[in-house]
Design a protein around this ligand. Structure first.
Ligand code: FES
Ligand code: FES
Length: 851
């Protein structure tokens, strides 16, 4: 028997579990989160005798006599200081890492209440945050220290939330105190567990699936095979090419393919049952890259061959002629790697039957996409699949596809049980789509004065085993390949190719992270040839209002790339090894794809309820919608609640992708509030009980095939310029990020998006890689190369507001994606200036981060 003190109470147990599972499963302590189960992420941090430790690698029998503390055991004063300061500093986005961060911060502040920034970074280096870029977490810890040191009383000042006010996010307090409910925190009596058996080989024929031995296991409920699927055995966000389960006789396409779904009584014995299922395969040689997959004699991964899509964007004169007649030409090849989202919360879904309706709790980027994909698998109308979103522990594009949701629904539908399907971090890495690896051949030219004349590019994207969002990603890579510059001759061709790698799909930047690395790097060489510095070259060619973007769209009055560059001018002059890069990124789906934001607002018990299907994945949509509503209705925030997406009650507001929700759902909320105001007149909100308003905002863009001279591809573009400064040892000393964001709705949330995007961009530039050996990923969470607190440089953010008069969502533009785009090329240029080595692939080689 082991005895220890947990949060001041004596615990006696003979459990042999690890502390994480013991706390979560046996004691229902949910502040300790399971981000990796392998000691690599810090989400499970607890204090053991005052020292921050990772509960997932501590065995309960070794804790005899120890004092253990979790968030639940903090004093009331500590709870209010940590939650207030983390919220006030804007340190909380998805929140999944935050309880662990607080524990590590407490370990420091309990012994040093006046820490330096370096001491804070060191104390937090074991805790990964994928959202915030750490900057505001450092601010929060500094603020906590001051509050403790000076015994400052907490004063809440959130009685106003107009656009101009910088209020705290409505979800920040409960996330800090671990009161937000993520799917895996849900406990339902009688809940059982399911797990998919994945193929042993990326490409293999499934010869047999023998479940005889498994049937004798006392905890087995059911083994589900492809033939048990009542509807279609396919899903897919756009192209229905992804098998729910691979059936006997079929050929697998990647190591994440499932051949059977095992439903068992207990989480603890699920692996045992899986091990009793014998699957025999005929191993086949996988197609490891697009070159192999495009060979004429390559085996077909899908019926229609190995090409998912070809995109061709051509404007202006014959580029070969223009390039031949241009004074300066740069022709280069660039390579970018697969990268992993590494959101902190691994995928989990819970499903159960409610009469003939399947109900699910999920954490995705759109509950309506899940409904649309799951219903055909079950062979039932989509109204019979009801989905409620729980708190989402980060997405970044990696939670747009089916991973666990369809399996949970299928298991519940076929067994009638309440079923939890949760991926281990190892499975998560193997299964969900990654950022595309791309090979980019690019030729760019300019005249003797440095004016850009033409671009010709060919992009080959490895889209892996299934389509996911490979088509739109490739299209954005192509449409943005010319960068935020004013030249009219472009010929850009892209091909997305199926291989036996993990599928590639949406990831923050959506294809533009890749093509921006190519164009921004080439521009540096052109500037050099002309004899200009790269700053002047960019300024000379920068797109300005009224000019025509390389895709034909006329840049509108809000276009502020020049302002972004000019903001950075003084700092460019100040530093030596400084790399600059620019970017543009669309807001919204655009290119003729139907795109609408919707919401319902209703008055219930004197409170305005805002309901929208727009997923909040940590990006701060709650605070945006709250402020838009407060501004429009002129009421205090305590009179408004924002409800989670729920297919039963919230209208479909599209996927949280393409930096679209602030504009699309934000505008829908504004319109709905205006409708309410119209009726309100002399009434007070409490006189309007039961009033309800549905509003929609949609934007009709021109399709990519439009023959218009100046098609309008997107409702808006955001622009950015970032500068990366190296110290003499080659470490990143500072990053400056100037972003054209339209009107700022929430300054803190906007800065947080940019800081998080920059750190993600630095990882992409320097340390992150998702490698394979023969189509089998070799990465572990610890080896992904994610930036940690102690690697974080200073980041200065500048928000450029040029569109304040626009009515649409009060003039906001999207910020989520563009924040990551210019960082890698800016970093590459900084190293080029430091050591003269022009690097054409990511992550950059021979840096202080990677020798
Ligand atoms: S869950 Fe323990 S360190 Fe990641
Ligand atoms: S807030 Fe840190 S991982 Fe999301």
């Amino acid at each position: 028997m082991v005895k220890f003190i947990l949060n001041g109470e004596a615990v006696e147990t003979d459990s042999t579990k690890n502390l994480l599972n013991f706390l979560r499963d046996d004691l229902n302590i949910k502040s300790v989160k399971d981000g990796c189960s392998s000691g690599a992420c810090g989400t499970c941090s607890v204090l053991v005798d005052g020292v921050s430790k990772r509960a997932c690698i501590l065995k309960v029998p070794r804790l005899d006599g120890k004092h253990i503390l979790t968030i639940e055991g903090l004093s009331e004063r500590e709870k209010s200081v940590y939650s207030f300061c983390f919220a006030k500093a804007g340190a909380v986005q998805c929140g999944f890492c935050i309880p662990g961060m607080v524990i590590s911060a407490k370990a420091l502040l309990d012994v040093n209440v006046n820490p330096s920034l370096d001491e804070i970074k060191k104390a937090l280096k074991g805790n990964i945050c994928r959202c915030t870029g750490y900057v505001k977490i450092f601010d929060a810890v500094i603020m906590c220290a001051k509050y403790f040191r000076e015994n400052i009383e907490i004063e809440w000042d959130d009685d106003r939330a107009l656009i101009a006010d910088d209020i705290i996010r409505p979800d920040a307090i409960e996330k800090t105190l671990a009161k937000s409910v993520y799917v895996d925190d849900i406990v339902i009596p009688g809940m059982v567990y399911a797990k998919a058996i994945r193929t042993k080989y990326p490409r293999a024929k499934v010869l047999d699936i023998n479940i005889k031995k498994a049937k004798s296991h006392p905890d087995l409920i059911k083994v589900i095979l492809a033939q048990d699927i009542p509807g279609v055995n396919k899903c897919g966000h756009i192209v229905k090419d992804w098998d729910v389960l691979i059936k006997k006789g079929d050929i697998t396409r990647y190591v994440g393919d499932s051949v059977a779904l095992v439903v068992g009584q207990k989480k603890e014995t699920l692996n045992e049952i899986c091990d009793l299922i014998d699957v025999s395969y005929e191993e086949l040689t996988p197609l490891e890259n697009p070159v192999q997959a495009m060979k004429s004699d390559a085996p077909k991964i899908h019926e229609n061959g190995n090409i998912l899509t070809i995109q061709h964007m051509k404007r202006g004169k014959d580029v070969d002629v223009v390039i031949a007649n241009s004074k300066h030409v740069v022709k280069k090849h660039y390579s970018t790697p697969f990268t992993e989202h590494a959101f902190m919360e691994p995928e989990t879904a819970i499903a159960f039957m409610d009469n003939d309706t399947v109900r699910l709790y999920t954490a995705s980027q759109n509950v309506f996409d899940e409904q649309r994909e799951i219903a055909p698998v079950l062979g039932i109308p989509k109204e019979k699949v009801m989905i409620k979103a729980m708190t989402v522990g980060g997405g970044f594009g990696g939670k747009e596809d089916m991973s666990v949701q369809h399996h949970a629904a299928l298991a519940a539908f076929l067994t009638g049980r309440c079923v939890n399907v949760k991926l281990t971090r190892k499975e998560s890495l193997l299964i969900h789509p990654k950022r595309h690896a791309m090979e980019i051949q690019m030729t760019v030219s300019c005249d003797e004065n440095g004016k850009l004349t033409a671009i010709k590019a060919e992009i080959i994207a490895d889209t892996g085993a299934y389509a996911s969002l490979g088509g739109p990603v490739l299209q954005r890579a192509c449409t943005h390949a010319a960068g935020p510059y004013n030249y009219q001759n472009a010929d850009i061709k892209g091909t997305a190719v199926y291989t036996n790698n993990v599928p590639a799909g949406a990831f923050r930047g959506f294809g533009v992270t890749q093509s921006a690395f190519a164009i921004e790097s080439s521009i540096n060489l052109l500037a050099e040839m002309v004899g200009m510095n790269d700053f002047e070259f960019r300024l000379l060619n920068a797109i300005r209002p009224g000019q025509i973007l390389p895709n034909g769209q006329i840049a509108d009055e809000s276009t502020a790339y020049v302002e972004c560059l000019e903001t950075l001018a003084p700092y460019y002059k100040k530093h030596k090894s400084v790399g600059l890069a620019g970017a543009l990124k669309n807001t919204g789906l655009g290119v003729g794809v139907p795109d609408a934001g919707r919401c319902i607002i209703s008055v219930e018990n004197g409170i305005v309820h805002i309901r929208s299907g727009a997923a909040r994945v940590g990006q701060g949509l709650d605070v945006v919608l709250l402020k838009i509503a407060c501004q429009t209705l002129n009421i205090e925030p305590s009179k408004i609640v924002i409800k989670q997406p729920n297919t039963a009650r919230t209208p479909n507001s599209g996927t949280t992708t393409a930096s679209r929700q602030t504009v699309f759902t934000g505008e829908a909320v504004r319109v709905a509030c205006e409708k309410l105001i119209e009726d309100k007149r002399e009434k007070s909100i409490s006189d309007m009980e039961g009033y309800e308003y549905l509003a929609e905002y949609s934007f009709d863009s021109d399709p990519i095939t439009s023959t218009k001279k100046n098609p309008v591809s997107h409702v808006a573009y955001g622009y950015a310029a970032q500068m990366v400064v190296l110290d003499d040892s080659g470490k990143i000393e500072k990053v400056y990020a100037a972003h054209d964001v339209g009107n700022v709705i929430s300054k803190t949330a906007c800065e947080g998006q940019i800081e998080g995007g920059v750190i993600m961009g630095l990882g992409y530039a320097l340390t992150e890689d998702f490698k394979y050996v023969a189509c089998v990923p070799t990465a572990t969470y610890a080896k992904l190369g994610l930036f940690r607190a102690d690697m974080t440089p200073d980041i200065d953010v500048f928000l450029i507001e040029k569109n304040k008069s626009s009515k649409i969502a009060y003039g906001a533009k999207g910020i989520g994606e563009i924040a990551t785009i210019p960082t890698a090329p800016a970093t590459a240029l900084a190293y080029y200036k430091l050591d003269g080595m022009f690097r054409q692939s990511l992550p950059l080689k021979n840096t202080a981060y990677k020798k």
